[in-house]
Design a protein around this ligand. Sequence first.
Ligand code: MGD
Ligand code: MGD
Ligand code: SF4
Ligand code: MO
Length: 733
Amino acid sequence: MSTRIVARQCTLCEAHCGILVTVEGDRVARIEGNPEDVLSQGYICPKATAMGGLHHDPDRLRTPVRRVGDGFEPIGWDEAFREIGRRLRAIRREHGPSAIAMYLGNPAAHSSSVLYGALLRMALLTRNFYTASSIDQFPQEFAAWRMFGSNVLMPIADIDRTDRLVILGANPAVSNGSVTTMPNAKQRIKDVRGRGGKVVVIDPRRTETARLADEHMAVVPGGDVHLLLAVLHVLATENLCDEAAIRRQCAGWDELRALVADFTPELAAPHAGVDAETIRRFAREHAAARSAVLYARIGVCQQVTGTLTHWLVNTINAVTGNLDRAGGQMFSTPPVDAPRVGKYLPMAHGAWTDRSGRYKSFRSELPVAALADEILTEGEGQVRAMITYAGNPVLSTPQAGRLDAALESLDFYVAVDMYITETTRHADIILPPVSPLEREDVNLLFPVFSVRNNLRYDARVFEPPADGLEDWQILARMITEVVPLPARRLTSRALNGVFERLSPLRLGALGIAAGPYGVLRRGRKGLRVKDVREAPGGVDLGPLRPRLPKLIGTRDRRVRIAPPDFVTAARAIVDDVRQAPPAGPEGYDLRLIGRRHLRSNNSWLHNVPAMVKGRDRCTVLVHPADADPRGLAAGDPVTVSSTTGSIVVTVEISDDIRPGTVAIPHGWGHSEPGVGWQLAASLPGANVNLLHDPALVDPLSGTSAVNNTWVSVTATSPGTQGRPAETAAASAR
Ligand SMILES: Nc1nc2c(c(=O)[nH]1)N[C@H]1C(S)=C(S)[C@@H](COP(=O)(O)OP(=O)(O)OC[C@H]3O[C@@H](n4cnc5c(=O)[nH]c(N)nc54)[C@H](O)[C@@H]3O)O[C@H]1N2
Ligand SMILES: Nc1nc2c(c(=O)[nH]1)N[C@H]1C(S)=C(S)[C@@H](COP(=O)(O)OP(=O)(O)OC[C@H]3O[C@@H](n4cnc5c(=O)[nH]c(N)nc54)[C@H](O)[C@@H]3O)O[C@H]1N2
Ligand code: SF4
Ligand SMILES: [Mo]
């Protein structure tokens, strides 16, 4: 049996760790870390082996399928594309372009095929475009856009050089970093302390990351905004800021100082759940550090205060002189210089809204919270057809249990996915791409957010099957089907011919050639795709370098630290601070937040045996002080209810979680009829998004505030475990 080893990356999460895949015959025998990888240096997490599990998974679709009755039957590619074109064009003719909605999910961003996803979105000319970003990093993009003039300019925490790392609402010891690509985050965090620095984690749960830190501050969910406003108060009133940096870089200091003038730690404490003395000490220590950086991620994004919190994070970094300097918050210089061109992208917040007028478009898309309504609400502008690409919104977005019915009601639904999931089971046609190990790629997105500038390469481990298509090829064919073409029979073939020559890899090579390291700038010494192909660990392009003020998209090239709409929204918080913190609706006395597990990745690794062996993962974590009065014992099935819905899961008791708060992971609840992932369907767990009210969003960015749900937890009778209980909203609406 022949044995070979192929170097590439694991593309499951943003870390994109370098892996060495040992292939024996036609099977993956082993996946190990690649010690030569310039960013991950041999590190992998337990999920890496899932790359093999996915490839060999018998439940993974290998051919397009068409719905017949309650099941699916194989169908040829040409027939599938013809049918898709015919149906989508007819719907557009009759109801207009916005009758076709598109949803783009997280794994799309992990291959360059996403470029074709963006092109398809443009070809559709629909207002109904949705992505997972509006339950993820939208607040970060929104804050970056208003402060730096471009949504691409989400600053990166320079954690490899900082003397003080403060992490809010992120658990990189498990997630390995997001919007700051940092493979082996655990070691990088330990290294901060190893070189004499300090690490502070602000999180309602004593997380795996908090355990690595010097200090853990168990903030109340959503209390970060109070905490940070009070920190700013101390920094401003005790003259602890870097005035020279503020004069050089920022605009709005006077407004900001006025805003926080009376916002004392004593007033903030009951809202933040952190005592005043700790807040004062935190601010002083932060200002005294040689370099210091606040790094915040989705824990605070998924809050009604998501954008405000990210604004305050960036602002504190700026006013303490830690923006655009080593050890602070920085911007990358990636091979395709997205940070430089980002400011030319149209953001046009509110260019259109959903039909209710509640959700504004941002970045040319609508918040996903509007999706079920846009399909179900009858009348002018109703969505009649849907395309999903690499997403599982039935499990990953709050829709009050209505998205199943909504998808089922569509005239036509086509999914680009390799599994029959809770979402794609409603499709008329499913188009599966080849497995990740069958594609060749150079990912140009994550170097934009990496802790070091780099370029890395994904080699094919297996040749794709003769009739296999990559995502971009599938999407290109769909573009051909939906763009208006004269003499379609003749011209569509010509257009396909053009697309086939424009693989994302080729387009990427052009981008690299024109980029800061490329042959067009550096001549013959410039970086080419060929160079990374020949460097099995990729190419290191050095540490992050200062890039301001040039990069900034604001007119005077200054950082807006007091955007008027942010100040107005914060003013309301300041004005209300003397009132008692809000309580939940009658009968709901616990706050629900999310949680991620090292062997799980959102909704879609649960069919790989090595990822789900061992204990039930979809448990509700409850503090003993909350479990005891409710008579809950570890391992009991319990009913978790909100005003929106209710589910049954197993209880886990731990003092790692802040009293009054409970945590449940998302992406579970696979036992719906008709799903194709057999192993996943056999597992316990329920869909936590049935509990979250879709109407609860960050009012600035429209991001779903899923870390802000009031719930009750009650003992339940055994035997109902793992099944969604009755969904209140499904009957109420
Ligand atoms: N309550 C709650 N909800 C959350 C979150 C939370 O913390 N709490 N987190 C949110 C976040 S951060 C995210 S990113 C979203 C994720 O939400 P989604 O992106 O909607 O869903 P995923 O679970 O990532 O599902 C990915 C789908 O893509 C398919 N897929 C995988 N690889 C490929 C590929 O290469 N090509 C194609 N065509 N398909 C592929 C998989 O089979 C799967 O069906 O969930 C969000 N939802
Ligand atoms: N193993 C694994 N890795 C992953 C993923 C996965 O599903 N599994 N998903 C990937 C994806 S798509 C993403 S976007 C990233 C996300 O990466 P992270 O942002 O690191 O995500 P989480 O692990 O959900 O961490 C969020 C933290 O916020 C805390 N939190 C909740 N509410 C609040 C609050 O109000 N304030 C504060 N301060 N903290 C709060 C939670 O307790 C939790 O510890 O992870 C990626 N990596
Ligand atoms: S951290 Fe794990 S899942 Fe993420 S890229 Fe690295 S090995 Fe893959
Ligand atoms: Mo995400």
